[in-house]
Design a protein around this ligand. Sequence first.
Ligand code: PMP
Length: 408
Amino acid sequence: MALDIQKIRAQFPILHQEVNGKPLIYFDNAATTQKPQEVIDALSNYYHTDNSNIHRGAHTLADRATRYYESTRTLLKDFINAKEEAEIIFTKGTTEGINLVASCFGKKFIEQGDEIIISTLEHHSNIVPWQILCEEKGAKLNIIPINEAGEIDFEAFENLLSSKTKLVSIVHASNALGTINPVEKIITKAHQVGAKVLLDGAQSSSHLEIDVQALDCDFFVLSAHKLYGPTGLGILYGKREVLDAMPPYQGGGEMIKEVTFAKTTFNELPFKFEAGTPNIADVIAFGKALEFINELGKKAIKAHEDELLSYASAELSKINGFIPVGTAKDKVSVISFNINGMHPFDVGMMLDANGIAVRTGHHCTQPLMQRFGIEGTVRASFAVYNTKSEVDALVASVAKIAKLKNKS
Ligand code: PMP
């Protein structure tokens, strides 16, 4: 059934404002999504009525806060179909999830001469931690090339795989181009040489149904703020046997079983990787964001976003001077483009003057921009609350801007 977009929009207070004298059109959803009222309320309700430290309190508030906090973990287990809650580790976000794996998996399992594979499409957060690790360990970082459409070269990937490959860490859906990678095939091939696979789900998790058991990935990371939840929060999913084999990330409270000056023993999963008092309020509010998504259903969300994507792509392509960047067959709702003769930043400024929020620049994917020989792009990215008439406004504005340099 089609979604009632106006009813959905009514739940997002931030959308109902003017920017530069024009109604706000928010098309920067790949950077961060807006938050529904329920999420905003959950943050303030927590501090009004439930604030308490979790897991060890013997009083009612501590018990309540613990139950709410842990119920988000259960929601997340179901959201990505993990086997058990213990496989869901709360982090600061995708970036920290990847760094945790680079640090802990890397410390134990990466040795001199080993190889790690990433792709040209990666966000800096899925490049730099591996560069640091490879430098430290004397390991090699291999990069899967892409074609002009922004799709990975699968044959080249197969050729990079060998018994030296210990890990393949790859983006599920590109934040810069929208490309959805063929992760099922990638995981199968990687496992054939005994490599583990990490999926960067920062972008895919809000658009695609995620089933980590069906995918059989070893790690999956995501950020709450791309899923209508709070910033500075995310999860690392890992298969129990892999997480169990890894040393802890940080030392401190919560992550221990027993501490003496002679020896410390570590807590069980997931707490082994969650040192210190966590981001309790935001985790609880994230639960409300997940309920919001679950209520609408990922299928319906994707159907709506796909409609906006194909409509916007078709309409923008008619504009003289419009240059799409990344034209993969399989995409999430991201359109990256340039206007002939114009700097992406200038296009972004002009769109902002019309109340339209887009992202411009390299999108934390500088090597990808280098691959295309460009400095950056203008990126419009859609979420469930966006409408066709907002796309019309974008197309009209882009057409006007393009005309400045591209007389038809
Ligand atoms: N990977 C991808 C594909 C992303 O889009 C982002 C966020 N732009 C990240 C990683 C990093 O996420 P965060 O900043 O929330 O840690």
